[in-house]
Design a protein around this ligand. Structure first.
Ligand code: ADP
Length: 442
């Protein structure tokens, strides 16, 4: 089902016109109401009366996370504080959280884009949504909640954590859809399967997963273990929250960015020049309709590419899955490394569970990466416990390690030590974002 046919299938020329109208209004509005931008644009000699279309966006400087931090907490609000209906914060994954404020109308738009996203993920009115995103300052819980209500779903506001209780609710209430982080979906799947290997007690059909980078390897595992169709939902609090983009449940080849509200660009990480369609770089957004705290060309630090898909049901541009955050990129002996590159290879190794960590440390002044990875449950049970102690003498395990080592070397161009771990022994998601990298150099 398409939530809003007129908007989601709007021809490109019409969409561009709508973006231009909104952009011209936005620039005037920001200049009048955000002293930070007025000062910045004056310093850059930008005459806002000469801004006529969305293509003029390239004249504006970028906004970055530090601009938000320097204006902490409310310095970028464009309306008096009484007109702010809700305040959220980012999760603070990379430092002090950034604060965002929404007017009543901003919240209505937030709900609308989430309702669109849920439809795109397979939801229909009347379905039950088990919302295991954290409720609170994080935008995930409330964002999904109100969007699902607007669509006409029955929302079960479970929030993150308390896995046993989550399982009970999944079994008793039998929701058709779940929203959570991909790593937590796997924790739920493994926990349910311990009690109900054939998954007869639950009725999930769709999983809407996001808030952290994930790969096809994880999708495959979630889909198999939970017997669902799993799609990606993307967002960040600075721009709105979840529902900036969403994958279609039948297409599963990139997430539609809702371009009538969020104007995307991809720029080169070093030169900051805009990149053409299909080229990988840093994702940048401008909020076309937000009024509480609009942002111009906000550099997300998330790495991906954007592209039009002519075979899609919808006209809005798609983004590829996020490879990682630019500030999470490891540089190991001159090679750029994202943890998702290792994760992507795991799809070819069913012998491992998808739970792994990359441990980075110094050895003889050189950077060394160790992949600590769990064996899958079946192999682990067959071999017995204490895998770590037998992995050097067991020929099967040696061979398995050798295959992963070669694959990493050939595909990523780095040598990494492989350490096998018992199934269920590495840290797991407790509902929030899971950090895969342990950088001991810091
Ligand atoms: P923080 O930046 O503190 O984690 P947020 O809670 O707003 O703040 O999270 C937004 C960030 O989460 C995004 O910038 C991105 O790095 C990550 N993220 C959100 N959704 C996805 C997704 N579907 N795939 C990959 N990363 C995602």
């Amino acid at each position: 089902m398409i939530y809003s046919i007129a908007i989601e299938t709007m021809p490109h020329a019409k969409l561009r016109k709508l973006q231009s109208e909104r952009f011209v209004q936005l620039v005037q509005y920001m200049y009048r109401n955000q002293p930070f931008y007025k000062k910045q644009w004056d310093e850059h000699g930008i005459d806002i009366n000469k801004i006529k279309s969305i293509y003029d966006i390239v004249k504006f400087p970028f906004t970055c996370k530090d601009d938000l931090r320097n204006n902490y907490p409310f310095g970028l609000f464009a309306v008096p504080q009484q007109a702010i209906s809700r305040i959220h914060c980012s999760s603070g994954s990379t430092g002090k959280p950034t604060v965002v404020g929404y007017t009543k109308n901003d919240l209505d738009i937030f709900s609308e884009v989430v309702a669109r996203s849920l439809c795109c993920a397979g939801a229909t009115p009347g379905m039950k949504l088990h919302n295991a995103y954290g409720y609170g300052l994080f935008t995930g819980g409330l964002g999904l909640h109100y969007g699902a209500e607007l669509l006409g779903m029955s929302v079960i506001p479970v929030s993150g954590g308390m896995t046993e209780r989550q399982i009970m609710l999944l079994q008793d209430f039998k929701p058709e859809m779940i929203s959570c982080t991909p790593s937590y979906a796997l924790v739920l799947a493994d926990t349910i399967r311990k009690k109900d290997p054939e998954l007869k007690s639950i009725n999930l059909k769709y999983a809407v997963l996001g808030a952290e980078p994930w790969t096809e390897a994880i999708r495959k595992e979630v889909e198999e273990k939970l017997q669902v169709i799993a799609t990606n939902i993307y967002g960040l609090s600075e721009i709105n929250g979840p529902g900036i983009s969403q994958e279609d449940f039948e297409e599963k080849n990139g997430s539609h960015i809702w371009e009538d509200h969020f104007f995307p660009e991809v720029i080169d990480a070093i030169t900051k020049e805009p990149l053409p369609e299909g080229k990988e770089g840093i994702l940048v957004f401008t909020t076309l309709t937000k009024r509480g705290m609009p942002l111009m060309r906000y550099t997300t630090n998330d790495i991906c590419s954007i592209f039009y898909d002519k075979s899609s049901k919808r006209t809005h541009i798609k983004m590829s899955s996020i490879k990682g955050r630019h500030d999470d990129m490891l540089i190991i002996r001159g090679v750029n490394l994202f943890h998702t590159q290792v994760e992507a290879l795991l799809e070819h190794y069913p012998e491992f569970s998808s739970n792994y960590q990359l441990i980075v440390e110094k050895e003889n002044k050189l950077d060394k990466v160790t992949v600590a990875i769990e064996l899958n449950e079946t192999i682990y049970r067959e071999l017995g416990t204490a895998i770590e102690t037998i992995q050097h003498s067991n020929a099967y395990l040696q061979n398995l390690k050798g295959k992963l080592y070669e694959s990493i070397k050939n595909n990523i161009g780095l040598t990494m030590e492989i350490v096998l771990k018992d199934f269920d022994s590495l840290p797991k998601s407790e509902g929030g974002k899971l950090r895969r990298i342990v950088d001991k150099r810091k």
